[in-house]
Write a protein that binds this ligand. Structure first.
Ligand code: GH3
Ligand code: MG
Ligand code: MG
Ligand code: MG
Length: 311
């Protein structure tokens, strides 16, 4: 957008840009003990279409940021009661990294050394009051851009490009953590039946669409489980706080619903089925042993005629 000198067109351009960037629904927290400052920042942020929340002191801001991970940006004053801006940045940074929260420190003019200190404590950027709306908007958008870039980089390292599910490497890492923390866990390993035939009959592209379809279905059906594409047409789901019978029920429901669905790909209707093996974590069991037991169950499901779930 070309920014014209008159204010109306600047406001318009900023709004268009905010829409383009999909700012709507992104939460920003403004921490400042001055009501006037909060209101001024709120107005500037609302022009960028952000959802704005406010905190009157550092302690309140800290609590809000811990409780709500969907807050993506913090704008914080330096001098505030209970916890000053530095303390706030230092304490929240140790809990929420640069991939989860952007931070901009703010303070009055004549306080040059504050900017370096804010950044050393973990802020992404710094603004000196009073600031022009243009500078405010640029710095906010730059910080959000950094956050989004980190997220994109992390996603491309941890997720599978075709299906959007986590990849094998991330799954093992995250599952190891769950195994260390929780005692009741169940694992399912899923494999599409005769997938080679689907490729041979309908083409590789259609095969890809079946993989995506199944992944979307799994993601919507088991939204709080850890799931991944282990490779090819094989998937894993780790259910927290569920015993193997509960996991079996869920998997069998998925298996059954898929047997009544046809995926439309390249003008053709494709039927497919899945087999799955389920195992529950035993005391002092290693993740690899749990996965092996689920694999043995999957092997039995294949041997038993496919389109079935075995514990
Ligand atoms: P089974 O019921 O015993 O599991 O038979 P299957 O044909 O599903 O198993 P097999 O291991 O023989 O074949 C898996 C096929 O999956 C072979 C491979 O070409 C295909 N495949 C692996 N990754 C992809 C992918 O990303 N896209 C597509 N379209 N096919 C893939
Ligand atoms: Mg203050
Ligand atoms: Mg298969
Ligand atoms: Mg396979």
């Amino acid at each position: 957008y070309v920014l014209k000198e008159n204010r109306d067109s600047y406001t318009y351009a900023v709004k268009q840009l905010a829409q383009l960037l999909g700012n709507q629904g992104t939460k920003v927290l403004v921490a400042d003990d001055s009501q006037t400052s909060r209101t001024m920042m709120r107005q500037n942020l609302e022009r960028l279409l952000y959802d704005v929340e406010e905190a009157e002191d550092g302690e309140q801001a800290y609590e809000k940021l811990l409780a709500d991970e969907s807050i993506k940006l913090l704008l914080t004053d330096y001098a505030m009661p209970k916890k000053d801006g530095f303390e706030l940045v230092k304490s929240i940074r140790s809990k929420r990294g640069r991939d989860s929260l952007g931070i901009i420190g703010i303070s009055g003019s004549g306080s040059q050394s504050l900017s370096a200190k804010f950044i050393k404590h973990g802020a992404n950027d710094f603004l000196t009051k009073p600031f022009a709306p243009e500078e405010f908007h640029c710095r906010v958008m730059m910080t959000m851009e950094q956050l989004n870039l980190i997220e994109t980089i992390k996603d491309s390292a941890n997720k599978d490009y075709l299906t959007g599910l986590y990849n094998r490497r991330y799954f093992y890492q995250a599952a190891e953590q769950k195994v260390a923390q929780q005692s009741v866990l169940s694992l399912a390993v899923i494999d599409i039946d005769h997938f080679k035939q689907i490729n041979d009959t309908y083409g590789h592209q259609a095969g890809d669409e079946v993989l995506s379809f199944l992944s979307n279905k799994m993601a919507s059906q088991f939204d709080d489980a850890l799931m991944a594409r282990l490779g090819g047409e094989e998937f894993a789901i780790l259910f927290s706080d569920e015993d193997q019978d509960a996991a079996f029920e869920k998997l069998d429901e998925l298996r059954f619903s898929l047997s009544n669905i046809q995926v439309e790909a390249a003008g053709q209707f494709i039927s497919f089925s899945i087999s799955a093996g389920v195992a529950q974590l035993q005391q002092d069991e290693e993740l690899t042993d749990l996965i092996n037991r689920a694999d043995v169950a999957l092997y039995d499901a294949k041997g038993g005629g496919r389109n079935q779930v075995v514990i």
